[in-house]
Design a protein around this ligand. Structure first.
Ligand SMILES: Cc1cc2nc3c(=O)[nH]c(=O)nc-3n(C[C@H](O)[C@H](O)[C@H](O)COP(=O)(O)O)c2cc1C
Length: 377
């Protein structure tokens, strides 16, 4: 195996690109993306079949849904699916729940139902999530307006590939701006080359720090599955299962142990891949909230998925780049620099993503499927 065969490894976020199609052995880990909810008769389950396609940190899909009360959907957290090192206060996990809620509300609207959402109905858990629900949605009978962004749900991706050098036009910037209604989560998109250059550097610094922080790096590697068979049995986490990755894994070149070990090709190429990703960003999108309450984190997740859908509608792709926003000690220099630059008036940057035009279509990320996430009676 030559080093040039390895050009798709991503460390830090511990991601490899997976663009080529490949039929894994056993169940299709991407089945949830094909006609979601088509076989469901309960409108709640039908809507939830879209909500589980929400972007969420490390694709942990930490969702437990309770349907025991008629016309209600209550979301709890699966405490076995958290990210204790890179998300020590469960902030990012809650953001993913906000994205889930937004898709759920949109999917219900698509079925002509109004959803009344109450977040943290039994109070906000701080500093860590506990057994209380994250939100409760009550379904009202009245018809409501459909959201045009919902049509992008199956096209939306997190794209870790290098982007093309095509600049982002003002019309696309305006579409992203318009995708987030006025509220607690404020979205900004930056495409000016000089500013983008500063942010490329900062996000890459965050990724390098993560790669050199063993506990954080290990958390990502542990949640990475390599090869078609491994991904088919683990339809969550980060999946490296295109034919090249599967072959490299079978040859013993790309393994979790090597991804964790500085000096191996897997580790070094991961950093190069991250550098290319950062350097091909044509813009950055960030979301700031005035405080870091749980309600603000939910609002940030709702805003994030809306911007991600709006980007898809414009033919653009996004990738969150979260390392520098994380709370563990070694990130402090990048965390402080990002906040000084992007939130000079105060507030918490909840999401920061690169944006650009994709080079090629991507397969969707695996999903566990709704049945695995329904609370057993
Ligand atoms: C709060 C949050 C933080 C994320 N941070 C990163 C990140 O740092 N790097 C990255 O590549 N993806 C990041 N993602 C994207 C997830 O990894 C992605 O949503 C998940 O793997 C599922 O893939 P999908 O969005 O294509 O469905 C983040 C998503 C959320 C909601």
């Amino acid at each position: 195996m030559h080093r040039r065969d390895f050009i798709r490894v991503v460390g830090g976020g511990a991601i490899l690109a997976a663009t080529a199609s490949c039929a894994p052995a056993g169940a299709d880990p991407r089945a949830a993306w094909v006609n979601p909810g088509a076989a469901e008769t309960d409108i709640r389950r039908k809507a939830l079949s879209f909500a589980i396609l929400a972007p969420n940190p490390h694709n942990m899909q930490p969702w437990i849904v309770d349907l025991s009360v008629a016309d209600e959907i209550t979301l709890y957290i699966d405490h076995t699916r958290l990210l204790p090192v890179t998300d020590p206060f469960n902030r990012q996990i809650v953001i993913g729940c906000g994205a889930f809620l937004e898709l759920l509300v949109m999917a219900l609207a698509d079925q002509g139902r109004t959803a009344m959402a109450e977040v943290f109905p039994d109070g906000e858990p701080q500093p860590l999530l506990d057994r209380r629900p994250l939100f409760r949605v009550r379904i009202a009978g009245a018809a409501t307006a459909r959201d045009p962004l919902f049509a992008q749900t199956l096209q939306r991706r997190t794209n870790r590939e290098p982007f093309t050098d095509r600049a982002i036009p003002a019309t696309a910037v305006a579409a992203l701006d318009a995708s987030v209604p006025a509220g607690p989560a404020v979205l900004t998109i930056e495409t000016a080359p000089a500013r983008v250059a500063v942010l490329r550097d900062l996000v890459y610094r965050g990724a390098v720090i993560e790669a050199h922080t063993p506990a954080a790096h290990r958390e990502s590697v542990e949640r990475t599955f390599i090869g078609a068979r491994d991904v088919a049995t683990h339809p969550w986490g980060v999946s490296l299962d295109n034919p090249m990755m599967t072959a490299l894994n079978a040859a013993g070149v790309l393994t979790k142990a090597k991804m964790e070990t500085p000096g191996t090709t897997a580790y070094d190429e991961a950093l190069k891949f991250l550098k290319t990703g950062a350097d091909t960003a044509q813009g950055f999108v960030w979301i700031v909230t005035a405080d870091d309450s749980r309600a603000s984190q939910i609002a940030a997740g709702r805003a994030y998925v809306r911007s991600n859908l709006a980007a898809a509608a414009q033919g653009l792709a996004m990738q969150p780049w979260s390392q520098g926003l994380q709370e563990y000690a070694t990130q402090k220099p990048v965390y402080d620099a990002l906040h000084k630059d992007l939130a000079p008036g105060g507030g918490r940057i909840q999401m920061l993503s690169r944006i650009g035009y994709p080079k090629a279509p991507l397969r969707p990320a695996p999903r566990r499927g709704l049945a695995a996430q329904l609370r057993k009676a």
